[in-house]
Design a protein around this ligand. Structure first.
Ligand SMILES: Nc1ncnc2c1ncn2[C@@H]1O[C@H](COP(=O)(O)OP(=O)(O)OP(=O)(O)O)[C@@H](O)[C@H]1O
Ligand SMILES: [Mg+2]
Length: 257
């Protein structure tokens, strides 16, 4: 073997960059004794930086549990979670709260907007709570990507479901988190509004270099991602890179979902 392809330290020259967030041998058991439910079993998976990954699987397969463990919203029973350069398993509540505030963004099925605040105030709220000054140029870029420029003064009740979810996406993006976690972000939207939100999520990955991990039941939604991983009974059982809706549907069928 020539030394051309080996760095002086002996490392592979094209080693993949470290993932934005990774689980190694993660198991999660809820409850104990007869009531114990094993939600995750020895899950090892990494989510690449600057990529959009979907997590799919039957109801109860552990999708939300995996996402909550990855995001520091729930603790693991065993195994490790590394987010960026930080091992979050073993962190205390205070550290986890700061990590979630500074490095993680969330988008849920329910939009979770504050009804008395305008769209702009909702978007800026996390920064305000963190005592951080908004970067106006970045705010403007986010608002333009989500297409909310002319809706900034509106309250949630004055916005459509799709627009409310775009406000929630903008709120997750504006703090420039390392990873955005989205659990069924289009679950409450009709297909047109869902397509808008998905298009915007994909644009935030392509154009703004964000990292997104999204749980979905919908093969069309999953096809917006760069990669789909499939969970069954708390374990990763399959994956598809550059998914199409048909390929996702076929795989779900073959997995008995
Ligand atoms: N807080 C909890 N206490 C006890 N069991 C739980 C808890 N949360 C989840 N579970 C169980 O863990 C398993 C995985 O649940 P999880 O919510 O991760 O599934 P999911 O894949 O997100 O399902 P869905 O598609 O229905 O949202 C299920 O059997 C569920 O009942
Ligand atoms: Mg779930």
């Amino acid at each position: 073997m020539t030394s051309t392809f080996t760095s002086p330290s002996g490392e592979a020259p094209h080693a993949a960059p470290p993932p934005a967030v990774a689980a190694t041998g993660v198991s999660k058991v809820y409850g104990s004794g007869d009531a114990a439910v094993r939600a995750l079993h020895e899950v090892s998976v990494g989510f690449a930086r600057g990529a959009f990954t979907a997590i799919m699987g039957p109801s109860g397969s552990g999708k939300s549990t995996l996402m909550h463990c990855l995001a520091g919203l729930d603790t693991v029973t065993s195994g490790r979670i590394v987010l960026g350069d930080a091992e979050i398993t073993g962190m205390g509540d205070r550290q986890l709260t700061m990590l979630r505030r500074d490095r993680v963004g969330f988008v849920f099925q329910a939009f979770n907007l504050l009804p008395t605040l305008t769209a702009e105030q909702n978007i800026l709220l996390p920064l305000e709570l963190a005592g951080r000054r908004p970067d106006r140029a970045w705010f403007d870029q986010v608002v333009d990507v989500v297409g909310l420029r002319d809706r900034l003064g509106h309250r949630p009740s004055e916005l459509s479901g799709g627009q409310q979810q775009r406000v929630a996406c903008a709120r997750a993006l504006v703090a420039r988190p390392d990873v955005i976690f989205a659990d069924e972000p289009t679950g409450n939207l009709d297909s047109r509004a869902g397509a808008e939100v998905l298009g915007f999520l994909r644009a935030s990955v392509r154009e703004m270099g964000r990292t997104i991990v999204m749980v979905t039941h919908d093969p069309v939604a999953a096809s917006y991602a760069d990669r789909v991983v499939f969970l069954r009974d708390g374990a990763i059982v399959s994956e598809i890179v550059r998914p199409t809706p048909d390929a996702v549907l076929d795989r779900l069928k073959s997995l008995g979902a």
